[in-house]
Write a protein that binds this ligand. Structure first.
Ligand code: GAR
Length: 193
């Protein structure tokens, strides 16, 4: 039985796209049952709709608190019978309670070699620090931001003359490879907390 996966996005959704494409394979152990966005015009929603994947928009700004927003998201995930949640450029902090209720079943992709460069502007900060090596990480989500056990990482060299865009796109290419692979490991039960 394929694991039922919900993807949470806030924007362009290129990692979401990589997961949807991977899940088309017959032998892939997960199926994408919902794409949920906290932003109504997130670019990724169109791709999901075109691929006949159910989409839902839950705008955080319409909720009085983080907890109430998270409850609404949780209700949607439960209604879709999601078993695994994949955050893919989902740019909202989740409450500890929400994170704990999906412990071991929620994963995230982050554009750095965690634990280095948690938070925003990872490429800019890595360039400014003169790093020679940068990359991306897929990890289990815990209550702490960009923390939690690592599932897969991809290392990416910082090249002479790199700017933020060049580095970001070299990292993104790797993100699209490791995220489907990491989701496969989690869905098969080969990666767990
Ligand atoms: C990706 O680079 C992802 O790693 C990053 O946002 C981008 C989303 O792009 N996520 C974070 O920074 C989370 N802390 P996408 O919408 O094209 O997948």
């Amino acid at each position: 039985m394929k694991k039922r996966v919900a993807i949470l996005i806030s924007g362009r959704g290129s990692n979401m796209r990589a997961l949807i494409e991977a899940a088309k394979a017959k032998d892939y152990p997960a199926e994408i049952v919902l794409v949920l966005s906290n932003v109504a015009d997130a670019g990724g929603l169109d791709f999901a709709r075109t691929h006949k994947i159910p989409t839902q928009v839950i705008e955080h700004k319409k909720f009085p608190s983080r907890e109430i927003f998270d409850n609404a998201v949780n209700t949607a995930l439960k209604a879709a019978n999601a078993e695994i949640v994949a955050l893919a450029g989902f740019m909202r902090l989740l409450s500890p309670r929400f994170a704990e209720s999906w412990h071991g079943r929620m994963i995230n992709i982050h554009p750095s070699l965690l634990p280095a460069y948690k938070g925003l502007h990872t490429h800019k900060r890595a360039l400014e620090a003169g790093e020679k090596l940068h990359g991306a990480t897929v990890h289990f989500v815990t209550a702490e931001l960009d923390d939690g056990p690592v599932i897969l990482q991809a290392k990416v060299p910082v090249l002479p003359g790199d700017n933020e865009d060049a580095l970001a796109s070299r990292v993104l290419e790797q993100e699209h490879k490791i995220y489907p692979e990491a989701l496969r490991l989690v869905a098969e039960g080969k990666a767990k907390i």
